[in-house]
Design a protein around this ligand. Structure first.
Ligand code: HEM
Ligand code: HEM
Length: 175
């Protein structure tokens, strides 16, 4: 079933969750490669798709949140701590790529999506506050997001081991 029920997440929510999880795995790989050695051939090969996949996460994230809001009356229930954890993930999954896009606008660099769709045509004018905001926040908030994701995965495993009612995995597997 497309929509969510109080028992489990529906097809569209599961698609957003697992497809975007692949995207986040890619972002983690590329960010780690850059952190370890930004001049390595491997980093250059993979990092060229960091912004492309990150921009995909941004627009998919907007659709995912709108969908989550439309389903909020009949989604699986969670306690306040879990709700706050999910809220933090939603906020950062938009804020981190959005700040990177702002930095690109500020730097005047062009941005072409998958070598075909022109998103930013580029300009000679630099907007310094956008560049500064991106330089100080994008990487740091990105690492914070990865830390929260790690916590989210650890909590899921912990609940799975506890088993029974506590196991929330079937909700996201559609069982
Ligand atoms: C959810 C999406 C994203 C995540 C989680 C993410 C994460 C990160 C992280 C953790 C770093 C720091 C790497 C280091 O310490 O060397 C980084 C760097 C970078 N990211 Fe992203 N990123 C995302 C989206 C984007 C987008 C959409 C763009 C371009 C429009 C972009 C462009 C860059 C650039 C140019 C750097 C190198 C400069 C810097 O460290 O700030 N990122 N990203
Ligand atoms: C191996 C990786 C992952 C596993 C096993 C996992 C597992 C789960 C499970 C079982 C739920 C349902 C929780 C509940 O309703 O109590 C959930 C929800 C959620 N997960 Fe993950 N997750 C993973 C990766 C990620 C990643 C990379 C993100 C990125 C931010 C993420 C963000 C969320 C969010 C925001 C929710 C709330 C429901 C939604 O809108 O999708 N998860 N996850």
């Amino acid at each position: 079933m497309m929509g969510d029920t109080t028992e489990r997440y529906g097809t569209l929510s599961r698609f957003f969750h697992w497809f975007m999880a692949l995207g986040f795995a890619w972002m983690f790989l590329t960010a780690c490669a850059r952190f370890i050695d930004k001049d390595a051939a491997f980093t250059k090969a993979v990092f060229q798709y960091h912004g492309q996949v990150g921009f995909t996460i941004l627009w998919l994230g907007v659709l995912r949140i709108l969908w989550a809001i439309s389903q909020s009356k009949h989604r699986p229930h969670n306690n306040t701590i879990t709700k706050l954890g999910h809220l933090a993930l939603y906020v950062l999954m938009l804020a981190v790529p959005f700040i990177a896009v702002l930095r690109t606008i500020g730097s005047g660099r062009p941005f072409t999506y998958w070598n075909t769709i022109p998103i930013l045509s580029g300009s000679d004018e630099k907007i310094q506050w956008m560049v500064d905001l991106g330089n100080s926040l994008h990487g740091n908030l990105g690492w914070l997001l990865f830390l929260l994701i790690a916590g989210h995965i650890v909590m899921t495993i912990k609940h799975r081991i506890a088993g029974g009612e506590e196991d929330v995995m079937p909700r996201m597997l559609g069982k």
